[in-house]
Design a protein around this ligand. Structure first.
Ligand code: GTP
Ligand code: MG
Length: 221
């Protein structure tokens, strides 16, 4: 382990390919088409951004290794197509995901209204203990905002999700979203190891399993 942690030129490249890690977390990014899922992943993994829109076909992934809690965590991050026609393919990847980034666009009420449906997809296809962070992307377009922060925060609380607003374009909160999700996954893992596995189920129960009907009221669609 000591030699593997020795920083140096090309470290990131070696990280992506070698098998020397303490944990591997599989994460999925989901949400409507054009909310910025691919852009968010490219910003995080490659620190790049393009304003061109090339809609994802099916599913793709990138690998990034980070240090968290003194552990080497290899993240396998799956970027799903938001378009409805790929739904059968993409939901097949939900199983085994430890965390989800559920993304909407703060300038698109429609994408926010779809959050409830995406949450139901997670509930239907994922492991019970998968952790979810709700991400309102395109924070740089404040002047075009359609989704008030409070509405999104309220929905996230109702669903039992973490919540961030972010911008792939301006690199706001991108790293924080991933690191927060990794930290929450670690917390839940520790709770399970400490014999408190029930809390995992109940956490999910507060959110995905028993979605309050009032959630519908948060949406103007
Ligand atoms: P699908 O692959 O069809 O599901 O879409 P997607 O969610 O992957 O969207 P994508 O990342 O391709 O981005 C869609 C468009 O939004 C592109 O033109 C991006 O440049 C733009 N975009 C993404 N993130 C941001 C952001 O934070 N701010 C701004 N202003 N534009 C963004
Ligand atoms: Mg995409």
């Amino acid at each position: 382990m000591a030699s593997a942690r020795d920083p140096g030129p090309g470290l990131e490249k070696r990280d992506a390919s070698d098998q020397n890690f303490d944990y591997m977390f599989k994460l999925l990014i989901i949400g409507n088409s054009s909310v910025g899922k691919t852009s968010f992943l490219f910003r995080y993994a490659d620190n790049s951004f393009t304003s061109a829109f090339v809609s994802t076909v099916g599913i793709d992934f990138k690998v990034k290794t980070i240090y968290r809690n003194d552990k080497r965590v290899k993240l396998q991050i799956w970027d799903t197509a938001g378009q409805e026609r790929y739904r059968t393919i993409t939901t097949a990847y939900y199983r085994g995901a430890m965390g989800f980034l559920l993304m909407y666009d703060i300038t698109s009420q429609e994408s926010f209204c779809a959050v409830q449906d995406w949450a139901t997809q997670i509930k239907t296809y994922s492991w019970d203990n998968a952790q979810v962070v709700l991400v309102g992307n395109k924070l740089d377009l404040e002047e075009d905002r359609q989704v008030p922060t409070e509405d999104a925060q309220r929905l996230a609380t109702e669903l039992g999700f973490q919540f961030f607003e972010a911008s792939a374009k301006d690199n706001i909160n991108v790293k924080q979203v991933f690191e927060n999700l990794v930290d929450v996954i670690f917390e839940k893992m520790n709770e399970s190891v400490n014999g408190d596995a029930g809390s995992l189920a109940s956490h999910k129960g507060d959110g995905l399993k028993d979605t309050p009907r009032s959630t519908q009221g948060s949406c103007a669609c």
